[in-house]
Design a protein around this ligand. Sequence first.
Ligand SMILES: [Zn+2]
Length: 233
Amino acid sequence: MGYHVPILGYHRVGPFKGDHVPTVSPDAFGRQLAFLARHRYRVLTLEEVVQRLEQRAPFPRRSVAMTFDDGYEETCTVAWPLLKRFGFPATVFVTPTEVGLPGFATWDQLIQLASDGFAIGSHTMHHSYLPLVPEDRLLEELLQSKRVIEERTGQAVRFLSYPVGGFTSQTQAIVKRAGYLAACTTNRALAGGAIDRYALRRVKVTERDANPVCFFAKVSGYYDLFRRLKEPS
Ligand SMILES: [Zn+2]
């Protein structure tokens, strides 16, 4: 079992709202960032991750990348200032039809994030579970979402995050054709073997990972091994 650069997957970082959204409190998030800084982790952009994969360049031990799904407003009001304080880059995946809705970031906030060097990626047009989307609507989900975000932010959109990690080989082919550099899924989808940049696995970070031991396992790059020991299939 080899070393994989852990791509951390967050949803909301902020106060708990009692809904279904996986939430990490600001306090726990701050401790996670402090852990990375204290142990001299290199926080890479997704662009750097893909470059290294392309070049088959080894990843420095203790490197990690950070992503945020759904574009909750707290990504801008809570997570961003903390990330800035540590100088850590991140990619934020948004759904254009949800931008500006109550609880979600506005385009103005996303423009600020983009101008601050954060990457804004697509999370499809309607937050759709792609394996169930009819073929004739896939282009809208994947291509139009990319275009809308590019027009609004003035920044190229290079990354996609599959809602609920769902994709098929057909989806992947369209994602490639649409000009994405890579796409992120969840932890479940990839069953070992070669790394597919249109199915980059992520490690979901939760509130429990305020515990340094849990968090260490997830950012160690050997989390697969931990998972396998814990959850034999
Ligand atoms: Zn989502």
